[in-house]
Design a protein around this ligand. Structure first.
Ligand code: CS2
Length: 482
C-alpha cells in the first residue's frame, strides 16, 4: 500500500478516535473534560509542544488545574492543524528506544490577531496562574543590550495602543493590567527561550513597558509578579512528511502536525513560583536557586556548539547535526571548544560535572534517529550568537585567554551569509536586510570584510568590535575558512 493510500484511509487523530490508537501508544492519563485552563502559552511551536506541554500533560494526571490555552501571536497554522484534532497531537520520542505519546494538555488554541479579546479573557481569568512563552529570541523585542526595544515596530505600535497589542510583552502587560484592575493576583511569567537570564530580561522589559502605560501598574508588577529564569532543553527538529508517515504507521491515526524530539528533556526553573504553583518537581522539573549555572552551561556548551556545527558544517556541505558531528575535524573543533574555551568560563551548578555534561551533549548530537537540519539551527544567527558565543568570547578575553577557536563560528557565520547571498537565497533573520546590505558592500579582502560585519552593532557591541585581539582572531578564522 502506498503512503498516499494509507493516509487517505487512516482516521484523523481526535478525542473520538484516540482510543483506537494502536497498542503501545500512550494516551492522556486523565479525563480531558475535567481539565481547567490554568496556563496561557504564547508561541505554540514545536518546542512548546515537545517540552512544556509534555510536562503539563504529565501534571494533569494528578492535578486537573493545569490545562493550556495556546496562543499564536501571528499565524493560524497551529490552530488550523490542531482544532480538528481537539488539540491532540502525537509526540514521537526518537532515540535508542522510540515511543509515541498523544499529548492532551492543550485544550484551546487561539490566534491572537483574530480574537484578542479571547486572549485577554484567558489572561484575566482567576484560574490562570501561569503564562509561559516560547517566542524565540527575537520575540522578546529587546535591544542588543537586553533592554525593551522601544524602536521595534511592534513595541512602537503597542506603546501607542496598549489595549490592542501585537507583541508578547504587550499582551503580558495588558493581561496584567486587567488583573490589577480586577484586584486579582498577577500570573507568573515563565520565559522558555534560550536567552541568558531570560526571566529577568523579560521582567525588566515588561516593567519598562508598564511604566509607560501606568506607573502604579509597573510597581505592582515589579513587586508582585514572578518571572523565574529557566533553562529548557530537548532537541526538537522541525516536523516533516517523513515524521507524519512514521507517526501514522506507529499510531494508526493521521496527525496533521506531530512533533518529534529526542528522549532527553530538561527544564530547570528558578524556585520563585511560591504557593499555589503547579507541583512541577513532581514531573521532573528541577526547581533551584542556581538557574544561571545550568543555563550558561547549556547555552554555551549545547547551543554554542550547535551553532558552530551549523555554520561550519554547512560550509563543508553537511546537512544535519548527525553528519557534522561525524566529521572528524568538526568533532575535534567541538571537543576543543567545549574543553578549552567554554568550560573554563563556566561555574558548575551543584552536582553537575561539566566534562561529563559536554560528553553527553556530543552523544545526543550523534543520535541516529534524529535528523536535525543545520539550516534550521542556522536561522536567526544575529539573535543567537550573542548568547551562545559572544558571552564566552567576552569572558575569555577578560581572563586573558586567546579566542582563536571561538572566532571560528563567527567567521563561519559570515561565510554562511556570503554564500546565501551569492546563491540569491533568503536569510531567515530579523536583521536579514542589514546583513545582506553588509554583504553587498564587502570589499572582498579579509580585513575589510571582517570590519564590515563587525560594524553591525546590534550583534557586536562596540567594546568587542574594537578589541584588537578579537578582531585579529576573527580575521584569521575568516581567512582560513575562505
Ligand atoms: C538549536 C536549539 O535551533 C537551534 O538553534 O540550537 O533549538 C536546540 O536544539 C535546543 O535549544 C535544545 O534544547
Amino acid at each position: 500500500m502506498t503512503t498516499d493510500t494509507a493516509a487517505s484511509q487512516a482516521l484523523r487523530l481526535s478525542a473520538a478516535s484516540a482510543p483506537a490508537a494502536l497498542p503501545g501508544v500512550t494516551l492522556p492519563a486523565y479525563d480531558r473534560d475535567k481539565v481547567e485552563i490554568g496556563v496561557v502559552h504564547f508561541g505554540p511551536g514545536a518546542f512548546h509542544r515537545a517540552h512544556q506541554a509534555f510536562y503539563f500533560d504529565q501534571l494533569l494526571a494528578n492535578d486537573p488545574r493545569w490545562g493550556v490555552c495556546a496562543v499564536s501571536l501571528k499565524s493560524p497554522g497551529v490552530r488550523d492543524a490542531l482544532s480538528p484534532q481537539d488539540g491532540l497531537y502525537t509526540l514521537a520520542q526518537l532515540d535508542h528506544e522510540t515511543s509515541f505519546r498523544v499529548i492532551g494538555s492543550i485544550l484551546e488554541v487561539l490566534v491572537a490577531p483574530e480574537d484578542p479579546e479571547a486572549v485577554f479573557a484567558r489572561l484575566a481569568a482567576p484560574q490562570t496562574r501561569i503564562v509561559t512563552l516560547t517566542v524565540t529570541e527575537k520575540g522578546y523585542t529587546l535591544t542588543g543590550e537586553g533592554k525593551l526595544d522601544t524602536t521595534h515596530p511592534d513595541i512602537v505600535h503597542d506603546l501607542a495602543e496598549p489595549r490592542r497589542p501585537v507583541s508578547a510583552v504587550g499582551y503580558i502587560v495588558e493581561g496584567l493590567r486587567r488583573r490589577f484592575a480586577a484586584g486579582l493576583s498577577p500570573y507568573a511569567v515563565i520565559a522558555c527561550d534560550n536567552l541568558a537570564d531570560n526571566g529577568w530580561r523579560l521582567k525588566a522589559a515588561t516593567v519598562a513597558f508598564a511604566q509607560a502605560v501606568d506607573p502604579a501598574l509597573a510597581s505592582w508588577i515589579e513587586q508582585n509578579a514572578a518571572f523565574p529564569r529557566t533553562m529548557v532543553d530537548s532537541i526538537t527538529p522541525a516536523t516533516d512528511d517523513a515524521l507524519r508517515a512514521r507517526v501514522q504507521a506507529a499510531t494508526g491515526l493521521a496527525d496533521a502536525w506531530p512533533i518529534q524530539r529526542e528522549a532527553f528533556t530538561q527544564w530547570v526553573v528558578e524556585d520563585v513560583l511560591g504557593d499555589g504553583a503547579p507541583d512541577l518537581a513532581s514531573v521532573g522539573v528541577t526547581l533551584t536557586d542556581d538557574v544561571r549555572g545550568f543555563e550558561r552551561a547549556k547555552l554555551r556548551l549545547l547551543n554554542g556548539v550547535h551553532s558552530t556545527l551549523a555554520y561550519a558544517g554547512l560550509l563543508k556541505g553537511h546537512e544535519t547535526v548527525f553528519e557534522a558531528v561525524g566529521d572528524p575535524s568538526l568533532e575535534a573543533l567541538a571537543r576543543d571548544l567545549m574543553a578549552k574555551d567554554i568550560i573554563p568560563t563556566l561555574t558548575a551548578p551543584r552536582g553537575l560535572d561539566l566534562a561529563a555534561y559536554a560528553e553527553a551533549i556530543l552523544e545526543r548530537f550523534r543520535n541516529p534517529e534524529i535528523r536535525h537540519l543545520l539550516s534550521q539551527i542556522a536561522w536567526d544567527g544575529s539573535q543567537k550568537l550573542p548568547f551562545r558565543i559572544l558571552g564566552t568570547v567576552k569572558d575569555a578575553l577578560d581572563a586573558g585567554r586567546d579566542v582563536d577557536r571561538l572566532a571560528v563560528p563567527i567567521a563561519a557565520w559570515f561565510h554562511f551569509l556570503k554564500a546565501r547571498a551569492a546563491e540569491g537565497a533568503a536569510v531567515t533573520d530579523p536583521l536579514a536586510d542589514r546583513l545582506l546590505a553588509v554583504v553587498q558592500a564587502l570589499p572582498g579582502e579579509v580585513k575589510g570584510d571582517v570590519a564590515g560585519f563587525l560594524a553591525v552593532e546590534a550583534v557586536f557591541p562596540a567594546d568587542l568590535a574594537g578589541d584588537t585581539r578579537f578582531v585579529a582572531a576573527v580575521e584569521k578564522a575568516y581567512g582560513e575558512l575562505g
